[in-house]
Ligand binder design. Structure first.
Ligand code: HEC
Ligand code: HEC
Length: 334
């Protein structure tokens, strides 16, 4: 018995002693802290930031990635479902771009493998920026201040969709939100969260929310059915993961959303139907775990979720390079 116990204890010790960037060790929990980002390609990140904020990538000339993933807010638009070109509204709620690099795939149904693949979608999507890719590339290519940056980063002036989405993705990877109060607690500071917030976390853990909402992002690690114990009735036509796999078992299966900064990313669920965090928690308890939460339990869990708001990156508004006479002009009503 004794040697086995020692080995187990050692393993647990190694686990809980996972080294963190700043040298401190982390509590042994199913959730790990967000690591601060080390920027290795600053010029590319800067280019990606400009493109993320550039409305000239849209047919209307007024919609940028930041319109629906507002970095001054929680990386979302806070609308039930997003509104894009010609006020068309899409079928689903805009997920946050903060910490999205930590997910196994992108979109609610995971149809894009990574951030670079994802970024090509919204540029041409009818309900988003409605800009054919060739036109988007042409616009960027026409702008000397962009061409010189592409030349410096990629060794030649050629602008391509691949390079545009590569730069955007590298910028998005910097959008992590470390140092939340919960992360401070994970890193050993007992005073970082209150007794109520800790009680909320204990419910979250012992009731099994962590079975799906785990890892550094408290989500993004798996696809799960919405409505396990009881079915979920949605007004949205979105069917989830079945759109990718074609398997009936994947109907209403969605990428588990991150709960980082969740106090900022209302309304909730893929259809934006839950207006408040309390409502979302009550529905999760009921549909996913078969629990009817008391007001006190909901308050405690919401208090815990509010400790997940981290330091959003301080972003200086980028100054975008000037168009020239030949740059394709916006067509807002096309
Ligand atoms: C009109 C609003 C709108 C615009 C503009 C827009 N997005 Fe989105 N974005 C959405 C919506 C809605 C989704 C979810 C779509 C889905 O899952 O089917 C999404 C999903 C994403 C995701 C996946 C996040 C996740 O957790 O799965 C990323 C990353 C993203 N967008 C980045 C971008 C970038 C980069 C741009 C600019 C090139 C952009 N978006 C432009 C609304 C928008
Ligand atoms: C079986 C997996 C599973 C369990 C268990 C689970 N969730 Fe979820 N959670 C999901 C999925 C999947 C979604 C997205 C559902 C959708 O959008 O339709 C989600 C969405 C959420 C959201 C909304 C986030 C957003 O940005 O839209 C919150 C808040 C949430 N869960 C909290 C909890 C809490 C609290 C518990 C425990 C009481 C819990 N979840 C248990 C899978 C799970």
């Amino acid at each position: 018995m004794r040697p086995i116990f020692q080995i187990t204890a050692l393993a647990a010790c190694l686990l809980s002693g996972t080294a963190f960037a700043n040298g401190s060790s982390v509590r042994n929990e199913p959730i790990s802290p967000i690591q601060p980002i080390q920027i290795t390609e600053p010029a590319k990140v800067e280019l990606g930031k400009q493109l993320f904020f550039d409305p000239r990538l849209s047919m209307s000339g007024v919609i940028s990635c930041n319109t629906c993933h507002n970095l001054s807010l929680g990386g979302t638009d806070n609308l039930k479902t997003s509104v894009g070109h010609r006020w068309r509204s899409g079928p689903v709620n805009s997920p946050t771009v903060f910490n999205s690099s930590l997910s196994i795939a992108q979109f609610w149904d995971g149809r894009a493998a990574d951030l670079q693949e994802q970024a090509a979608g919204p540029i041409k999507a009818d309900v988003e920026m409605a800009m054919p890719h060739t036109l988007a590339v042409g616009v960027i290519q026409s702008i000397p201040g962009y061409r010189s940056q592409f030349a410096a980063i990629y060794n030649d002036e050629q602008v391509s969709l691949n390079r545009i989405t590569d730069a955007i993705a590298r910028f998005e990877e910097t959008l992590v939100t470390p140092n939340s109060r919960f992360d401070q607690w994970l890193l050993g500071d007992d005073t970082a969260i209150s007794a109520q917030e800790l009680a909320g976390y204990q419910l979250f853990k012992s009731h099994g929310c962590v079975a799906c909402h785990n890892g550094p992002a408290l989500g993004g690690t798996s696809f799960q059915k919405m409505g396990i114990i009881e079915p979920y009735n949605s007004s949205s036509p979105a069917q989830g993961r079945i759109a990718v796999t074609g398997k009936d078992a994947d109907r209403f299966s969605f990428k588990v959303p991150t709960l980082r900064n969740v106090e900022l990313t209302y309304p909730y669920f893929h259809d934006g139907e839950a207006e408040t965090l309390a409502e979302a928690v009550a529905i999760m308890g009921k549909l996913q775990l078969g629990r009817n939460y008391s007001d006190q339990e909901i308050e405690d869990i919401v208090a815990f979720l509010n400790t997940l708001t981290g330091d959003r990156p301080a972003i200086e508004l980028p100054l975008l390079p000037a168009s020239v006479d030949g740059t394709h002009r916006p067509e807002p009503f096309k």
